[in-house]
Design a protein around this ligand. Structure first.
Ligand SMILES: C[C@H](O)[C@H](O)[C@H]1CNc2nc(N)[nH]c(=O)c2N1
Ligand SMILES: N[C@@H](Cc1ccccc1)C(=O)O
Ligand SMILES: [Fe+2]
Length: 299
């Protein structure tokens, strides 16, 4: 487990894996880490994140200083879209995660990263979960999509297609881009909570940017330990909700029979390509890790 949090360790989670936030127990330093991350992201997200994201931050007053208290944000969120945030100690099992989403509860980690880990952490903390995910839950169409995903997760599990459905979550909720009149914008939580990936995903020549297609996304691998090599771009949140409202049974059967899967850098004939990346960043990262491995052997 990444960060040690005594307020988590002292609690026995409920059967739905939730714990209490115990907001008064955050330290001054923990609040200061939130403020640092918040200020840094706000300055780079202007004209990069969708307007709906900025609007959501304001509706929930997430920038009022320090780690948000759930008892402040939940009444507001509940009045807007019927969602609420619950605290969980760490990543929860898939079925528990889906059950929360299907009931309009978003599970958030309680702990916050340390100042020495501002840029990278192995598991979602409260900054990623609340700053990254919760503003979009103020938007009714996105709130409905997230609940539908939770219900869909339960179905995908019974049909053995969880891996494919998880790719949809990854390439939309976590790393999604959207084409708006003013240009390409970010809505994915994994991007908006990352200072490095925010400019990278929009402006770097390295990654591919491809128009969203449901089946294409479900056939595409993803990586969890570095910037993405491909992003999928939706036209609108209505489009995203529309295509995912269809019954996935036939699609899941096709995915089971036709095992075609795509790598991170593949471009296929059917793709509508916004940007064909040169993958320079990914190649340099691979060269660095080969170099580190070689150095490790001789040292
Ligand atoms: C697809 C799968 O359900 C997904 O990775 C889940 C698993 N458990 C989780 N648990 C928490 N707390 N947060 C998450 O985002 C997830 N993601
Ligand atoms: N329509 C999907 C459920 C779903 C909705 C929204 C997002 C993801 C999945 C199904 O039939 O299983
Ligand atoms: Fe996330």
């Amino acid at each position: 487990m990444g960060v040690h949090d005594p307020v988590i360790d002292e609690q026995t989670p409920a059967s739905d894996f939730t714990i209490e936030q115990r907001w008064d127990r955050y330290t001054t330093e923990e609040h200061a880490v939130w403020d640092t991350l918040y200020a840094r992201q706000i300055s780079i997200l202007k004209n990069r994140a969708v307007d709906e994201f900025h609007h959501g931050l304001g509706l929930l007053d997430l920038g009022s200083g320090g780690i948000p208290d759930l008892s402040d944000i939940n009444p507001k969120l509940k009045a807007l879209t019927g969602w609420e945030v619950v605290m969980v100690p760490h990543l929860v099992p898939d079925d528990v995660f889906f059950d929360h989403l299907a009931n309009r509860r978003f599970p958030s980690g309680r702990f916050i990263r340390k100042r020495s880990q501002l840029d990278y952490l192995e598991e979602p903390d409260i900054f990623h979960d609340i700053f990254g995910h919760v503003p979009m839950l103020t938007l009714p169409v996105f709130a409905d999509y997230m609940q539908a995903y939770g219900k869909g997760g339960q179905r995908a599990q019974t049909m053995g297609r969880l891996k494919e459905l998880a790719r949809l979550y990854w390439y939309t909720v976590e790393f999604g881009l959207i084409q708006q009149a003013e240009g390409l914008r970010i809505y994915g939580a994994g991007i908006v909570s990352s200072a490095g990936e925010t400019p990278f995903c929009l402006e770097s020549d390295s990654p591919n940017r491809i128009r969203f297609d449901l089946e294409r996304v479900m056939r595409t691998d993803y990586k969890i330990d570095d910037f993405q090599q491909v992003y999928f771009v939706i036209d609108s949140f209505d489009q995203l909700l529309d295509v995912t409202q269809q019954d996935f049974t036939a699609l899941y059967e096709r995915l089971g029979t036709d095992m075609t899967r795509f790598g991170l850098t593949d471009i296929i004939d059917a793709d509508e390509v916004y940007h064909h990346g040169d993958q320079a960043y990914a190649q340099a990262a691979a060269a660095r890790s080969r170099h580190d491995a070689d150095a490790g052997e001789t040292e």
